[in-house]
Design a protein around this ligand. Structure first.
Ligand SMILES: [Mg+2]
Length: 220
């Protein structure tokens, strides 16, 4: 991938899951661990658990409540927080994400995390991985009441942190979110080539993608 025009970039906005952290934790949790524990806790077969969970997942995908642990705990009648703790050992940084964060912070860029993760998910991850010191702010879209996919998220972000989208870089592994940032006017956008270390490279459509964080800091 081409190196970035760093002299045109003051602010770096970064997603967490699938961008800085390996999406394997989340995929494993929602697709394997949760269905298995749901079946055990409610005394149903794995096939029945699948039949009950699948329509719920489809109905709520891309909405704010999708990311809300309280919502899922109530809906599924179990503690999503406790179940996440059971697999917390799988929480891991993507390769060289820390090298990248260290370099942009040293270069004096304003570094802000914007995540759709619920505050509880964020805390669970920050307990395992020391990310907080790299950031000026850690913003959960739940604070604003709109997910990053929604244009109103970007208005709320602008009002909160007063950034110049024309001089900002945003990295996120979710393409509809990158499109939402582009509509708002964020000038420098990157997807992530391999958000889940177990799933191989993905098609990032019209977006250039981060393959190796070390390449990104050339010219910084
Ligand atoms: Mg993500």
């Amino acid at each position: 991938m081409p190196s970035l025009p760093w002299s045109d970039i003051d602010t770096v906005l970064l997603d967490m899951d699938g961008t800085l952290l390996d999406l394997h934790f989340d995929n494993h949790f929602w697709l394997e661990h949760l269905p298995r524990r749901y079946a055990e806790l409610h005394g149903v077969s794995p096939a029945m658990a699948e039949m009950e969970l699948q329509p719920l997942f489809e109905r709520h995908a891309g909405q704010l409540q999708w990311y809300c642990l309280d919502f899922w705990s109530a809906e599924l009648k179990l503690s999503v927080r406790d179940l996440k703790q059971e697999t917390a050992h799988l929480i891991a940084l993507r390769p060289d994400a820390d090298t990248f964060l260290d370099a942009i912070k040293r270069a004096g860029k304003r570094v802000i995390m914007i995540t759709n993760a619920h505050r509880d998910s964020l805390s669970l991850k920050l307990e395992r991985i020391e990310l907080a010191p790299y950031f000026e702010r850690l913003i959960s879209s739940h604070d604003y009441g709109f997910p990053k996919e929604n244009p109103q998220f970007w208005d709320a972000l602008q009002a909160d942190i007063d950034f110049d989208p024309a001089r900002s870089l945003f990295i996120d592994d979710t393409l509809p979110i990158l499109r939402s940032a582009r509509d708002f006017g964020v000038a420098h956008l990157l997807a992530v080539k391999e958000p889940d270390s177990r799933k191989g490279q993905k098609d990032t459509a019209e977006f250039a993608a981060v393959e190796d964080y070390r390449d990104l800091i050339r010219g910084l």
